[in-house]
Design a protein around this ligand. Structure first.
Ligand code: PBG
Length: 328
């Protein structure tokens, strides 16, 4: 039985029918907003490479968090910049560092109204911009692990709900889990950037975080774009080591990886709609070449359709507004 009895256009005939037949629904509670914390007081400054995003000092984070709560999004993820970068990245676990202060301020503001997530990486804190301790022409995996554990504990101490390691060292989820448990933070969850690719789409973020690596690229530790089976192996390892949720990053050029991960694993799955993906739409929309709102919602829907239950996106708060906010 085919045409003319079957006419798929019938269910596209009106907005109510399209809404009823939609297979994928985007909800504000799935969205996570990145926030960039910088040292100092009273700082609230536009980020040129990421139009619509701001650098905030810890004392200004409350307003952004209040907006996120009001929008009804699922969480915020904090990225930090230290006063000073150093050879050992010590400022990353400073109890009074910008991220740690911001976590406390965010908790005061949000209470339990959304999830507080904190990125755990050393790239913004080490002078050379790599995600771990550099030895010769590479990053020393095992020497980096205890430092990541320390950073995670300092975030847990400051009240984060979830630490999100983004460095791609082998064994870091196990090391962080061990460090957290050893320090009494059994309740702090780990969202691991399990399949993080060495991608050109982080371009704007590196300018923002001032974390472009010196000397050599990140290809020696982040994943190679051609590989999908390897992503499944990475996710398996991270789950075995104790990851509570896993992430694929970037999102758009890796929707196939996301889809396969969603069918294979029962762990909660996140995707990171990265800076370059956001900036491409912003730049194109600024020229009047596409409609930002429609493009953004289409992108976010595609990431949900591929199988992510959580999406980190620079549109989170804005998209929640488009979707109807807390009432959605
Ligand atoms: C830090 C980190 C990066 C991003 C998130 N965490 C940069 C990188 O790996 O170079 C990228 C986020 C984005 O591009 O939006 N390790």
């Amino acid at each position: 039985m085919g045409f003319p009895a079957q006419r798929p256009r019938r269910l596209r005939g009106s907005a109510v029918l399209r809404r009823l037949a939609a297979e994928t629904r985007l909800h504000p509670a799935s969205l996570i907003q990145p926030l960039f914390v910088v040292p100092g007081r009273n700082v609230e400054k536009e980020i040129p490479a990421l139009p619509g995003q701001r650098y905030l000092s810890a004392d200004r984070i409350g307003t952004a968090v209040a907006r996120a709560v009001e929008a009804g999004i699922g969480g915020v993820i904090l990225f930090g910049q230290p006063e000073r970068k150093s050879a050992d990245g010590q400022s990353a676990w400073d109890a009074k560092g910008p991220v740690q202060e911001a976590l406390r301020a965010a908790r005061r503001e949000a209470g339990g109204a959304l999830a507080l997530i904190s990125d755990v990486c050393l790239c913004a804190y080490l002078s050379h911009g790599h995600c771990g301790v550099v030895k010769g022409e590479g990053v020393d995996n095992d020497a980096t692990l205890p430092i990541l554990g320390r950073v995670a504990c300092s975030h847990a101490e400051a009240g984060t709900d979830v630490v999100a390691p983004s460095d791609m060292m082998d064994g870091r989820v196990g090391a962080i889990r061990g460090a957290l448990d050893g320090a009494g933070f059994q309740g702090a969850a780990i969202l691991s950037y399990a399949a993080k690719y060495a991608s050109a789409f982080y371009g704007p973020f590196r300018e923002v975080a001032d974390s472009a690596p010196e000397g050599f690229g990140r290809e020696g530790y982040q994943m190679d774009p051609p590989n999908r089976a390897e992503a499944m192996r990475e996710i398996t390892l991270d789950i075995e080591e104790g990851a509570d949720a896993v992430m694929v990053k970037p999102a758009l050029a890796y929707l196939d990886v996301l889809r396969e991960a969603a069918t294979r694993f029962d762990a909660p799955l996140a995707a990171y709609n990265v800076s370059g993906e956001y900036a491409m739409v912003k730049a194109t929309a600024a020229r009047g070449w596409l409609d930002e709102r429609r493009a953004a919602l289409e992108i976010l829907t595609s990431i949900r359709r591929a199988g992510a239950s959580m999406i980190v996106t620079y549109w989170a708060v804005e998209a929640a507004g488009w979707l109807g906010g807390r009432r959605a």
